[in-house]
Design a protein around this ligand. Structure first.
Ligand SMILES: Nc1ncnc2c1ncn2[C@@H]1O[C@H](COP(=O)(O)OP(=O)(O)O)[C@@H](O)[C@H]1O
Ligand SMILES: [Mg+2]
Length: 263
């Protein structure tokens, strides 16, 4: 079987993706080409349109213009649930993790949701055991095996974010969208989450919005830089960080000192 043709290389593509809010263009004719198996970073100053892009890709927002393709299939007119079923899943916000359930229970609930709980499935104890083993495996993957019995509410912040990623992984997404996975974390947690993203990226594609340039430089295979809703640059970290337009876009934006420092 012939694999790796031009079509096969991209799992997610947008053509002219545009979102207008009452005449304000938040996302402006964005062409994204996310290669299969890549960790692809979407970066840009605050207000550049990154979160809006995520909302468009997961269909929480309707694009004003443009098309979205998943594995070559046009999914522009699909509903969020359809897109999620296809395997494009955005990491839940912390609030979506049940605070009084343990880490293990949270992953199991997420797996059940992914399976669409059928009654006869639950009658079999063997299915339950099998589910447990898989849930423990996922916790292990994100470094939370020793936290399995701890209630989410008791977990330190960085671990809670890792649990959020675990509940997303429970759905076995083909494309995982992470919006600022290291936000608000100290150095140690950032390093740990960086490692875990790298680990969970095996056999899947990751599109992440990330402000921490150490993370972007450390694990991205490709980067798209947005500014004022439009694509400003794309390429490897070396390529985009060397681009004068990128440096200029980040200047004067106090919240983005990190990139300027990193350049
Ligand atoms: N629902 C909305 N209504 C109006 N304007 C919005 C809405 N969502 C986002 N915007 C505007 O679109 C721009 C891009 O926002 P956003 O995608 O959140 O940027 P980023 O995630 O890159 O910081 C911002 O100027 C923001 O104020
Ligand atoms: Mg945002």
């Amino acid at each position: 079987m012939e694999r790796g043709s031009a079509m096969d290389d991209f799992v997610l593509q947008t053509y002219g993706m545009t979102k207008e809010f009452k005449g304000f263009t938040a996302v402006n004719r964005v062409d994204l080409n996310v290669r299969r198996g890549h960790i692809h970073a979407l970066i840009g100053p605050n207000g550049a349109g990154k979160t809006t892009c995520f909302n468009l890709l997961t269909k929480f927002l309707e694009p004003t213009h443009g098309r979205i393709l998943f594995n070559g299939t046009d999914i522009t007119d699909e509903k969020p649930a359809q897109v999620a079923r296809r395997g494009i899943v955005r990491s839940f916000q912390i609030s979506a993790v049940f605070p009084h359930l343990t880490a293990l229970q949270n992953v199991r609930v997420a797996m059940q949701r992914g399976l669409g709980t059928s009654l006869h499935f639950w009658r079999s104890n063997r299915s339950l055991d099998c589910l447990n083993d898989q849930a423990v495996g996922i916790l292990d993957l994100v470094g939370l095996k020793s936290f399995a019995g701890m209630a989410a509410v008791e977990m330190p912040y960085g671990r809670k974010r890792a649990l959020e990623i675990a509940t997303t992984l429970a759905l076995d997404p083909e494309v995982m969208l992470l919006d600022e996975p290291t936000q608000g974390m100290g150095h140690e947690d950032v390093d740990r989450v960086m490692d875990l993203i790298k680990r969970v990226s095996a056999n899947r594609t990751i599109l992440m919005v990330e402000h921490n340039m150490k993370v972007v430089a450390g694990i991205s295979d490709a980067i798209t830089v947005l500014a004022r809703g439009a694509v400003l640059a794309e390429g490897s970290y070396a390529e985009v960080s060397d681009d004068p337009r990128v440096i200029e876009a980040y200047m004067g934006s106090a919240a983005n000192d990190e990139l300027v420092e990193a350049l």
